[in-house]
Ligand binder design. Sequence first.
Ligand code: NAP
Length: 360
Amino acid sequence: MKILCVLYKGGKSALQEPRLLSTVENSLGIGPWLKSLGHEYIVTDDKEGPNSVFQRELPDTDVLITTPFHPAYLTGDLIRNKAKKLKLALTAGVGSDHVDLTAANEKKISVFEVTGSNVTSVAEHVVMEMLNLVRNFVAAHEMSERGDWDVSAIARNAYDIEGKTIGTLGAGRIGRLVLSRLRPFNPKELLYYDYNPLPDDIATELGARHVPDLPEFLGQCDVVTVNAPLHDGTRGLINGALLQHFKKGAWLVNTARGAICDRISIAEALESGQLNGYAGDVWDVQPAPKDHPWRTMKNPLGGGNAMTPHYSGTTLDAQKRYADGTRDILERWFQGEAQVPANVIVSDGQYATKSYGKHK
Ligand code: NAP
């Protein structure tokens, strides 16, 4: 079989650190194993345009492996017109929105991902980003690096998490972990907005209240975290109109997908002070263009931006989990064994039980 894998280049870091598994250099650690089974394994970071290695190799590829960190966008056009032999698109990580799932269903291409592999990593990151924003950390660190010392200029926009109302948009694996990690901070209230209320025992354990109306939910939160997948119902969801329903000066953390938030509306809301802060690591598209406004946008006090490149779900611990999960999926696939149900996004022309299909 021909297996094509698109990863980012790790350069010197990857050569010095073999645990950087999701790099071209270390190739998810499965190269020798695949070759021992007689498969052809092509690994590249070159993913843009018709002359990229990705698009040139696609026509006779059987299995495509990609990650959300350096997504090879498997569009409807590529699936319908180029990926003639493709049977499986495997996401090494969580979130398969870079694959056109409708076209995958049409062509009966299976789409699997390593569900749950990095949810702890992301949940920790979300809590860190909240603390960063609410406590005005980035501006304080930059001041210290510059050699300046003006405590009041930082403290005038620094608060505690304690006593704040914090809500997650999406209360699945990550959203729930975030709520459980926030509880010891003694927030005023933990809220969630999701299509389905959580079972009573879980909601009670988390101490979280369901607010079924989105604008109402947003209007009650001091801090909002987005933990829903990108699908037709969430693309561009947080736009200029919806931002008006946020409390003035709220903080927003989005580690789900960049395209859930409208690029320009977010920058305008931060610059006007409608948002006091925006943080996350996901961008539309990736790698983010150098002039993407989220790189440099600031609130009126010159802070409130804690954006990073997409790395929350790719700590070394997470890389080990999703590399192992990728191998497990491939082993099952080669042997014709059933997959772990939670890993199946689409199969046999049907959406599995996960979010994407239900909200089309
Ligand atoms: P999950 O367990 O599937 O949970 C997602 C939850 O969001 C589900 O309860 C889903 O409800 C709900 N939902 C879907 N659309 C919604 C909407 N419009 N409004 C409110 N809730 C909605 O997924 P997860 O593991 O928590 O991951 C969430 C997302 O995080 C992933 O899809 C991925 O995009 C992102 N992620 C990012 C990173 C990173 O490195 N930054 C890593 C992992 C994941 P239903 O089940 O009813 O659809």
